[in-house]
Design a protein. Structure first.
Length: 251
């Protein structure tokens, strides 16, 4: 009887919290929601030399006036992407780094903060993609996906989080995917890593909240498949059980 009473009161407490705290807070947030002003802010984008990363860099730098730092493993492409932005009166810088190397990513972050300034927004976008059935994928392909997509995201966050915490200001954005919600026939090397990215961000959000770091925001973006070079170079059209849509989770 006691256990049933505890379950009842616990359920009632959750319902009251939702009704009088969570839902009103979400409603206030929705009513007061506005575009983030990034003019003059320092925004770091990993994997910013092509695809979604490159387009985000162009919009943020040219249209919105941010100082964008493109971090990519391909130095030449990063420099070309930055050059294209600067020629269109944006402000962009290029840095070469393998984000799967934690020491290299930490050093890259320190160098960016010394030369460009304190980072206001970091977008963890870099990822690798290998399509194939479970027994067709090599161990090397699977390990690379884990190293870049999962550890690369963690390494990037850890490179910039201490400074953001110290200032109690900043935003960490992770690009997950619709594949972070739904598995896909050829997605054994990719989908699990995007599930993991969602988990990383949810853990980080809870950690920051519980430690009282209120000024650092966490945002997880989950787009549907896009016609990026990473997709097109695979020579196939991926599909998902979820209808085409764009899911975004500002945590």
């Amino acid at each position: 009887m006691k256990d049933k009473w505890l379950k009842l009161t616990s359920t009632l407490g959750i319902l009251l919290h939702l009704l009088f705290v969570a839902i009103p807070l979400d409603l206030v947030r929705w009513l007061t929601l506005k575009r983030k002003d990034v003019r003059g802010k320092v925004v770091v984008i990993t994997g910013g030399a092509s695809g979604l990363g490159q387009r985000m860099a162009e919009i943020l730098a040219i249209d919105l006036g941010a100082n964008v730092v493109i971090v990519d493993i391909d130095k030449d492409k990063a420099e070309q992407a930055a050059k294209t932005i600067n020629e269109q009166h944006g402000h962009a810088f290029a840095r070469q780094c393998d984000i799967s190397d934690d020491l290299a990513m930490t050093a890259c972050g320190q160098q960016i903060e010394r030369s460009v300034g304190a980072v206001d927004v970091v977008i963890c976008n870099a990822a690798v993609l290998s399509f194939g059935h479970l027994m067709e994928l090599s161990t090397k392909q699977l390990k690379m996906a884990m190293d870049v997509n999962i550890m690369g995201t963690i390494n990037t966050i850890r490179a910039f989080l201490p400074s953001m915490e110290e200032r109690n200001v900043g935003q960490i954005v992770a690009i997950s995917s619709i594949a972070g919600f739904y598995g896909e026939t050829y997605g054994m090397a990719y989908c699990p890593t995007k599930f993991a990215v969602r988990g990383i961000m949810e853990c980080l959000q809870m950690e920051l909240r519980d430690r009282g770091v209120e000024g650092v925001a966490c945002t997880t973006v989950c787009p549907y498949f896009a016609r990026t070079p990473m997709i097109l170079n695979m020579g196939m059209r991926p599909t998902s059980r979820q209808p085409a849509s764009s899911l975004s989770h500002p945590n």
